[in-house]
Write a protein that binds this ligand. Sequence first.
Ligand code: HEM
Length: 401
Amino acid sequence: MLGKLPHRTLQSLSDKYGPIMSLRLGQVPAVVISSPEAMELFLKTNDAVFASRPKIQASEFFFYGSRGLAFSEYGPYWRNMRKLCTLHLLSVSKVESFEPLRREEVGVAVKTLERATAAREGLKRAIKKTSKAFDSVLEKIIEEHEEAIIMNSNTEKEREDFVDILLSLMHHSVDGQNYGIDRTNIKAILIDMIGGSLETSASTILWALSELLRHPQVMKTLQDELDTVIGTNQMVVKESDLSKLSYLEMVIKETLRLHPAGALVPRESTEDVNVTLDGNGYFIKKNTRVLINLWALGRDPKVWPNAEMFCPERFNNVTNKDRDFRGVECFEFIPFGSGRRGCPGMHLGLTTVKTVSAQLVHKFNWELPWGLSPNDLDMNERYGLSLPRAKNLYAMPTCRK
Ligand code: HEM
């Protein structure tokens, strides 16, 4: 009954039954949260109670069950893994230290597109997804790193990647902390890092490009900003340019408002709790599944006038400037979730999405194929771990310079 796009079905149900509503998903009691005020109650006021995740998703989607962090239950194990990832893999300084790696990869993508401009062909990619294949790939990657460490015992720190860092944490304690991780943990964390980052960032970039193709005026304003800030002689976008690109920031925010990669965020409560909203009291039992409808949040007409319209400028006015991602003071725009269980990869995700999107539109002009007009572009989404486009995006690049 929830259909193929449950975030949409639940949004219309919440129009009728309110921002906190309970329903049963088969045997599972669930509560669906759909307004900023309700999200504040669940993700800030009662953060600790709703900081767990339902169990079945882990075994369904992730091959090492709850050995990583994204789907493990709230408690000391999760806290340990979370600390490891936040401190050693995803901190601002670590993200910065991987900049050369990303620059190389973006360069490879640009080269491929340059060749495509000559051939006028789109890109196709297929990712094979069997757990066995995944495991043997991960094993191979780990083995290669182990061999490299043995061959060259004093590897330069700045060339270290995620696998090197995790291997060294497996063998040594750092700053007096021993994380107690083994090989399976390393694979589980790597799967979390790949699962958490790849599809979310890729689908956000594709949505951004789709919206830019549908709104040529927005595309032009963005290209003008890139021409002014980076220059028409310099076609490479550097991560150090990002802080100067304020229109790019608005474009990405507006993309995440309409197309949040985590549409329905699953949580689970670990205690009985009472919450009160607008004078109404709600009793929520321990072990209730909570679905945070971030998709509905971005379309709430009380918060976003003309919510369906793609208009980056709406982030330019004073109130919306403060709607800044994290849900510290304000829960109107939280595409990365919020609270202790919020996305630890926000900085990396934003850096990747901004750099790649900016690079694609600075270096190339984009056209729709087959004489499609911007309004004809299919904008349907498909429900899954992230919220990707239902249909592939086909667009034709030409070099701007
Ligand atoms: C545009 C990019 C991204 C978006 C929109 C996004 C969104 C989200 C959302 C909504 C959640 C759930 C938060 C909550 O429960 O409140 C989440 C969790 C998570 N994300 Fe991201 N994410 C992105 C990029 C990344 C990247 C780059 C990484 C890591 C390399 C990452 C790793 C994770 C992990 C490990 C969790 C689970 C955290 C936990 O359960 O403690 N994400 N993300």
